[in-house]
Design a protein around this ligand. Structure first.
Ligand code: HEM
Length: 135
């Protein structure tokens, strides 16, 4: 390892540094309305999360990027697809999306401070998955 200079910053050899993916993902130079939850911003855009587009690096990029990117993506997609397929989701009566407190807890894996309370309505009869109706 040797000392390098990146964009005018001198990085001594053996320095441990972290790439702030959170800040990159909210950089107004790369993202319009960076603090607004707008999943539709990805429709008709080529940017993806696999480490080739540096403005979006949830799995890192380059040689030390996450080796489980395929497993991680499949796990998230499978769980999400099951939840969306099996239930209709509603907010409690009188609550709208604007009422939700989206404040986050800062950390390695971030989550909301406030619990998300939702009503899950099964989309299929409850005995639908029961192989033996007599039990
Ligand atoms: C959605 C789920 C996941 C996300 C978002 C994620 C994200 C990341 C990120 C950002 C890094 C650091 C990349 C870097 O240093 O540039 C990483 C590294 C790593 N991840 Fe994941 N990860 C996930 C799931 C997993 C799973 C399920 C495993 C193991 C079964 C795993 C194993 C690893 C390992 C071993 C490294 C270190 C790679 C290295 O330093 O060479 N990850 N992951």
């Amino acid at each position: 390892m040797e000392e390098v200079n990146i964009d005018g910053y001198n990085i001594p050899a053996k320095t441990r540094f972290f790439v702030n993916a959170w800040a990159i993902g909210r950089d107004p130079e790369s993202w319009e309305n960076p603090y607004v939850f707008e999943p539709e911003r990805f429709i008709c855009r080529t940017v993806d999360f696999k480490g080739q587009h540096f403005e979006l690096i949830p799995f890192g990029a380059g040689r030390r990027s996450c080796p489980a990117i395929t497993f991680g993506t499949a796990s998230v997609e499978l769980a999400l697809a099951q939840l969306l397929h099996s239930f209709d989701w509603e907010l409690p009566p009188g609550i709208t999306a604007k009422d939700l407190d989206m404040t986050e807890v800062f950390g390695i894996a971030m989550h909301r401070i406030a619990d998300l309370i939702v009503i899950a309505k099964p989309r299929f009869p409850l005995d639908h998955t029961n192989d033996n109706p007599k039990i």
